[in-house]
Design a protein around this ligand. Structure first.
Ligand SMILES: [Fe+2]
Length: 292
């Protein structure tokens, strides 16, 4: 009798393990193929009236894709009817680089809406020749590269500015002047860990008497790089992000700072052969709202 019970227990354990394995495999497939749309509203008196309802779509960490992924993504972005698209780096993958896939994607996505781009760490590892090819492709398709430069967008006689950087650098000269004269600055930077220097200290957001060391220069920042932390635990952020280490602070979603807000995309691709769990791809849609 005892032996029979032991055998039954063993069968139940094996069945349970098989079910867990099957669920984990299904979840891995889902996380590494499915694209979620995450919608945000950014409301501020700084947003000019003419830009009320202005829709920004963010694509980050595109990495290596193919097999029809581009078409699916371009259709999803088109459905959102964005006013602009911001591309926040790692548009190629330095482990599996085929820049032709990315160039085809640039051609297609730039037909949907005006695009603005900054490079990520993977893009920066390209050879000079590859980078030249990619940069020419951006120019040919009207994609504005806003690395250490600012571009104004005009609407109804008012304007906002899109600018960006690779990491944190202090804007200087004419660039700095253009930023300080703009009513509303959107900043693109691949790395979320730079947020406090660009948007102002988080402590100063919570307490106006807190000491502010660097002068913030943007109102709304879009970042990527963290890939959602790769494995997202229920009620927790991710497990690991480059630049932030284990249990990182900024992996996906909205974060508030002294002068403005940061939106971090969980990204649209994987680095090399890495995989995600409970962390599907992320298309960010942010609508600006003008506060009376
Ligand atoms: Fe990335």
């Amino acid at each position: 009798m005892k032996e029979k019970k032991r055998r039954l227990f063993k069968v139940i354990l094996l069945l349970l393990a098989a079910v867990i394995d099957a669920l984990l495999i299904a979840e891995t497939v889902y996380s590494n193929t499915h694209i979620s749309v995450d919608s945000y509203e950014y409301e501020s008196e700084k947003v000019p009236q003419s830009f009320d309802g202005f829709k920004i779509v963010q694509i980050s960490d595109y990495h290596k894709h193919g097999d029809g992924f581009e078409q699916k993504l371009v259709e999803m972005v088109s459905d959102q009817q964005p006013d602009i698209i911001v591309l926040t780096g790692d548009m190629v993958d330095s482990h599996l680089t085929d820049i032709n896939d990315t160039m085809m994607f640039f051609e297609d996505i730039s037909k949907v809406a005006p695009c603005y781009l900054v490079w990520g760490n993977h893009d920066m590892r390209l050879t000079d020749k590859q980078m030249e090819k990619l940069t020419n492709c951006c120019e040919d398709n009207g994609i504005e590269i806003v690395m250490e430069r600012a571009v104004d967008i005009e609407k109804g006689g008012e304007r906002i500015t899109v600018a960006g950087s690779y990491g944190y650098t202090v804007p200087m000269g004419e660039f700095s002047k253009q930023l300080s004269e703009s009513p509303f600055v959107i900043w693109l930077n691949h790395f979320p860990e730079d947020a406090e220097k660009i948007l102002g200290y988080k402590a100063a957001y919570l307490d106006e008497n807190a000491e502010m060391v660097c002068e913030p220069f943007a109102d709304l920042m879009f970042c990527g790089h963290a890939h959602g932390g790769l494995i997202r635990f229920p009620f927790k952020d991710g497990l690991y992000a480059p630049g932030q280490g284990l249990f990182p602070e900024y992996t996906g979603g909205e974060y508030y700072f002294y002068r403005g807000e940061m939106i971090v995309s969980r990204g649209m691709g994987n680095s090399g052969t890495s995989l995600r769990l409970f962390d599907d791809f992320d298309l960010v849609v942010c609508t600006l709202k003008s506060k009376e």
